[in-house]
Design a protein around this ligand. Structure first.
Ligand code: CUA
Length: 371
């Protein structure tokens, strides 16, 4: 009863539960606190009891000889063992829930740098130290750091993940907000002088408000469109030809597929793979191709990289209609921006104007396929 009241008090100290798994995290946490309180009280009571019961009553008494007790020792070994395994199983279940990214999640791209958070929406909106997301939709945060390790932490979502520098991976984390409102973002990894100022807010909006908010920006095009422009600006387009006649692998339809590498290994062409291929092209050479590509480390910013990834993704299998005409004829459909929000009105597919040097991104009237 006392523990119950204590836990109730504890839970009022916690931030709001604003994501689908927040309650699960809290329940485990409160269970651990309750368990700790229970054993602390039990052990303290035993200590006090034994103090009194076995206090010294005479000068120099000779104590009775006590052999060990197998039964007692078994009990105090096996019970904690079972409790530990129970905590492990419970924790593992929540861990898997939090770190298995659902397939139907919308991507938001995050860059951490000293000392701010930058966000990009696939639709093109960019934000600094604040991010808007819709309620009831799964959101995947794809995160990179421009300098040192940061940690993206939203206490109300019970969501925290390190954002690491280096060419080889994005870190990802997801949430499904269950409550509208504005919630804190913190950096939870000491990252220099203004670490404590590396804060921001997540605003969770109703689906309707979010659509209104989305339509308010993005004059500069979607992420995929900007990525397409960069793809041509950096000359990627001269080697990665859409009709596979280039010296480098064709990238249309590659996103999310398994790629065979020199040396017999395989890799999945996900966001991290694409990023690594741009920054350290020698790390994974595609089977049958020469290591010709220069590194773009230091030339492309993290935000640009994310736009390139969004572009490759937009020409990946998810957006290429199954009945798309063969390359060469009408090319791999329109380089239409992927529409991440299902239920949103379909915009007309826009072909990037900057890729006009190649015939491939010819705009066609292919409908944008919903993810
Ligand atoms: Cu970024 Cu602390």
């Amino acid at each position: 009863m006392m523990i119950h009241k204590f836990l109730l008090g504890m839970s009022m100290l916690l931030p709001e539960q604003a994501s689908s798994y927040a309650a699960d995290v809290d329940n485990l946490y409160l269970f651990l606190v309750g368990l700790t309180v229970f054993f602390t009280v039990l052990i303290t009571a035993a200590i006090v009891y034994f103090f009194v019961k076995f206090r010294r009553r005479a000068n120099d008494p000779i104590p009775a000889h006590i052999e060990g007790s197998v039964l007692l020792e078994s009990i105090w070994s096996i019970i904690p063992f079972i409790i530990s395994l129970f905590i492990f199983a419970w924790g593992a279940k929540i861990y898997l829930e939090q770190y298995t990214i659902p397939n139907d999640a919308t991507d938001i791209y995050v860059v951490g740098k000293q000392w701010m958070w930058k966000f990009q929406h696939p639709e093109g909106q960019r934000e600094i130290n604040e991010v808007h997301i819709p309620i009831g939709k799964k959101v995947r945060f794809v995160m990179a750091s421009e300098d040192v390790i940061h940690s993206f932490y939203v206490p109300a979502f019970r969501m925290k993940e390190d954002v690491v520098p280096g060419p080889n991976r994005y870190s990802t984390v997801w949430c499904e907000p269950t409550m509208t409102g504005t919630f804190h973002i913190f950096c939870a990894e000491y990252c220099g002088t203004s670490h404590s100022a590396m804060i921001g807010t997540v605003t969770v909006m109703s689906e309707k408000d979010y659509q209104v908010w989305l339509s308010g920006g993005a004059q500069q095009g979607t992420m995929a469109e900007r990525g397409a422009a960069l793809f041509s600006q950096y000359g990627c387009v001269t080697c990665h030809k859409s009709d596979a006649t280039g010296q480098c692998p064709k990238l249309e339809g590659i996103y999310g597929t398994e790629v065979l590498l020199e040396g017999g290994q395989k890799a999945v062409a996900d966001d991290s793979y694409i990023r690594e291929s741009v920054l350290s092209p020698m790390a994974k050479i595609v089977l049958g191709y020469k290591p010709l590509m220069p590194s773009f480390q230091g030339q492309v910013s993290e935000e640009q990289l994310q736009q390139l990834v969004a572009y490759i993704k937009s020409i990946g299998p998810a957006e290429t209609p199954a009945a798309a005409p063969k390359a060469g004829a009408a090319a791999p459909a329109a380089k239409a921006p992927p529409i991440m929000m299902s239920g949103s009105p379909e915009p007309a597919p826009v072909a990037p104007t900057t890729t006009a040097t190649t015939p491939s991104p010819a705009a066609s009237s292919q409908p944008v396929q919903k993810r």
